[in-house]
Design a protein around this ligand. Structure first.
Ligand code: SAH
Ligand code: SF4
Ligand code: F3S
Length: 478
C-alpha cells in the first residue's frame, strides 16, 4: 500500500470546522426566512446505516438552529434520507416526495424540500429529480453528507436548486454531533461502504469502498454513549466482519468487540451485518467470551444453492454456511440465528429454491428477512437472463414465508419458561416491550411504562409465531 489511509480517507478537521462556520451563517439566513426556531422534519428509509447518518444530519441541522417536528406539514425543512436497495423502496420515496408538493404549495413555496441517501447517488435518479421534481430544492449524495451546511448555505443565499451528487468516493467525517431519538439505544457505525459487489446489490455503488473508523474513535464514541445513558449499543457496518481489513491499523472486528465489551458500564452489545465469507472462528470465540454481547447472529445466506451463491458472488457455499452455524452452536448452544434471503434471483430454478428451503429447515432461523429479487440499474445481475415469471416467484416467496413461520413458531414455543434480562424499549396498550438476547420481541403486561429505558428480568410465559409474552420477575443482582 503506497498511500496512508489516514490521509486519503478522513475529512480534515479544518474542513469540518469550515462546515461549522457555515452552520452559523445558515442560522442567520434561516432566521430571516423562517423566523425564530425553524422546524425540520427528517424521515429515514432503509437500513440502520441510514438511521445513523440521519442522526448526524440532525446534529448539523441542530447547529443551524433547527428544532425537529414529526410531520412534513409542520416543517420548514423536509428531508428524506432514502434507500435504493429494492425497487419498492424507491417507489415509496417517489410517492412520498409527490405528496409533499401540495403541502409545499399551500405553504407558499417557502418550505425547503431535500433528498439525500442512497437513491440520490444514482445518476438516473438524480436526473429524474432534476427534470420532474422541480419543487425539490436540495439533493445531496451519501458522500456529501458532511457538506450539508455549505450546501444549505448555497441554497439559502442563491435561492436556486442545489445538487451535490457527483462525488464518487466516500471519506470519513469524525466529530459531527449526533441527535438521537432515544438515548438508551444507540447505533454506532464502525465502518462505511462495501467491497463485496454481490451481483444483485446496489450498495457498493451508492456507498463506495469499504472504510473503517479508527478503533480509538469507535471506542471513544462508545464511552460517550455509555456515559450519556446508552444501554444497548449496536455496531454497524455492511460487513462488520471485514472491519479494519483495508485500514492501516491492526484491530480486526473480534478485537474491537472485545475492547468494547471490556468498557465499564451496564450495557449490551449487538452488531450487524456479518457476511458468512468473513465470519471467522475468532469472531465466534469473541462472541462466546464477551459477556455483554447478546446471543444473536444475523448471518445473511441469501440462497441455499451453490450455483446461485456463485452467480451472486457471495464467496461461500451452503456447506460452508452450515458448518459456520454448527460451530456457532457448539460454542453458544443458545445462540439465535437470523438471516436475509432472496427469492427469484435471475436463473433460479425450482431445484435451487428447494435448496434454500432445505437450508432454512436445517438451520432453524429465529427469523428471516425475505426478499423477492429486484433488478438494480448498473448491477451485473440486472443484465442476467431472468426467465422465471413474477407469478412463480410469488408462489415460491409465499412457500418460503410459510416454511419459516412454522420454524419460527416452534422456536418461540421452545422459549417458554426461559428467563431473559430485557432492555425495556416501549410501553403501549398495557404492555412493555423489549427483545430477548436472541433479538425476539417480548411483550410484558405492566401497569406503567416507568421501566422504559431500563433492564428488566422476564420469564417467557406464552409464544406466538414471531413474538413472545412474558411476566416480570425481580431483577437479580448482576
Ligand atoms: N450487507 C448486508 C446486506 C445489506 S442489504 C449483507 O451482505 O448481508 C440487505 C438485504 O437486502 C440483503 O441481505 C439482501 O437479502 C437484500 N437485497 C439486496 N439487494 C437486493 C436486490 N437487488 N433484490 C432483493 N433483495 C436485495
Ligand atoms: Fe450488498 Fe453484498 Fe455488500 Fe451486503 S455484502 S452490502 S449484499 S454487496
Ligand atoms: Fe438502503 Fe443504502 Fe442501507 S441502499 S439498505 S439505505 S446502505
Amino acid at each position: 500500500m503506497t498511500q496512508s489511509p489516514e490521509k486519503s480517507v478522513y475529512i480534515s478537521s479544518e474542513e469540518l470546522a469550515r462546515q461549522r462556520e457555515f452552520c452559523t451563517l445558515c442560522r442567520e439566513l434561516l432566521f430571516e426566512r423562517f423566523g425564530e426556531e425553524p422546524k425540520a422534519f427528517v424521515h429515514t428509509y432503509g437500513c440502520q446505516g441510514n438511521v445513523a447518518d440521519s442522526e448526524r444530519i440532525k446534529g448539523m441541522l441542530a447547529e443551524m438552529g433547527f428544532t425537529f417536528c414529526d410531520t412534513a406539514e409542520e416543517a420548514d425543512f423536509v428531508l428524506f434520507n432514502t434507500c435504493a436497495v429494492r425497487e419498492h423502496a424507491e417507489a415509496r420515496v417517489f410517492g412520498n416526495v409527490g405528496a409533499l408538493k401540495p403541502i409545499k404549495e399551500s405553504k407558499n413555496n417557502n418550505m425547503i424540500i431535500a433528498l439525500c441517501g442512497c437513491m440520490t447517488q444514482q445518476e438516473h435518479v438524480a436526473e429524474k429529480l432534476r427534470r420532474s421534481y422541480d419543487y425539490v430544492n436540495l439533493v445531496f449524495g451519501t458522500f456529501a453528507v458532511w457538506r450539508l451546511p455549505e450546501r444549505m448555505y448555497d441554497l439559502l443565499r442563491r435561492r436556486k436548486r442545489v445538487f451535490d451528487v457527483n462525488e464518487e468516493t466516500g471519506r470519513i467525517a469524525e466529530g459531527i454531533p449526533a441527535v438521537r431519538d432515544r438515548t438508551f439505544r444507540a447505533w454506532l457505525p464502525i465502518m462505511y461502504g462495501c467491497n463485496n459487489f454481490c451481483t444483485y446489490c446496489i450498495v457498493p455503488y451508492v456507498r463506495g469502498r469499504e472504510r473503517s473508523r479508527e478503533p480509538e474513535k469507535v471506542i471513544d464514541e462508545a464511552k460517550e454513549l455509555i456515559a450519556s445513558g446508552a444501554k444497548e449499543i449496536t455496531l454497524l457496518g455492511q460487513n462488520v466482519n471485514s472491519y479494519g481489513k483495508t485500514a492501516s491499523f491492526d484491530t480486526d472486528f473480534p478485537a474491537l468487540l472485545r475492547e468494547i465489551d471490556a468498557l465499564a458500564g451496564d450495557f449490551i452489545i449487538r452488531f450487524m451485518t456479518s457476511h458468512p465469507k468473513d465470519c471467522s472462528e475468532e469472531l465466534l470465540l469473541a462472541m462466546s467470551e464477551c459477556e455483554k454481547v447478546e446471543r444473536h447472529l444475523h448471518l445473511p445466506f441469501q440462497s441455499g444453492s451453490d450455483r446461485i451463491l456463485k452467480a451472486m458472488n457471495r464467496g461461500y457455499t451452503a456447506e460452508k454456511y452450515r458448518s459456520l452455524v454448527k460451530r456457532a452452536r457448539e460454542l453458544m448452544p443458545d445462540i439465535a440465528l437470523t438471516s436475509d434471503v432472496i427469492v427469484g434471483f435471475p436463473g433460479e430454478t425450482r431445484e435451487d429454491f428447494d435448496a434454500t428451503l432445505s437450508l432454512i429447515r436445517d438451520v432453524g432461523f429465529t427469523s428471516l428477512f425475505t426478499f423477492i429479487y429486484s433488478p438494480r440499474v448498473g448491477t451485473p445481475a440486472a443484465a442476467m437472463e431472468d426467465p422465471v415469471p413474477a407469478k412463480v416467484k410469488g408462489v415460491w416467496f409465499r412457500e418460503l414465508l410459510k416454511a419459516q413461520e412454522d420454524i419460527a413458531s416452534v422456536r418461540c414455543k421452545n422459549e417458554i419458561g426461559r428467563k431473559y434480562r430485557v432492555l425495556v424499549e416501549d410501553f403501549d396498550g398495557g404492555y412493555l416491550s423489549g427483545r430477548t438476547s436472541g433479538n425476539t420481541v417480548i411483550k410484558i403486561p405492566a401497569e406503567t411504562g416507568d421501566s422504559v429505558g431500563e433492564f428488566a428480568e422476564a420469564v417467557v410465559t406464552h409464544a406466538g409465531n414471531w413474538t413472545l409474552e412474558g411476566r416480570l420477575v425481580p431483577l437479580e443482582d448482576s
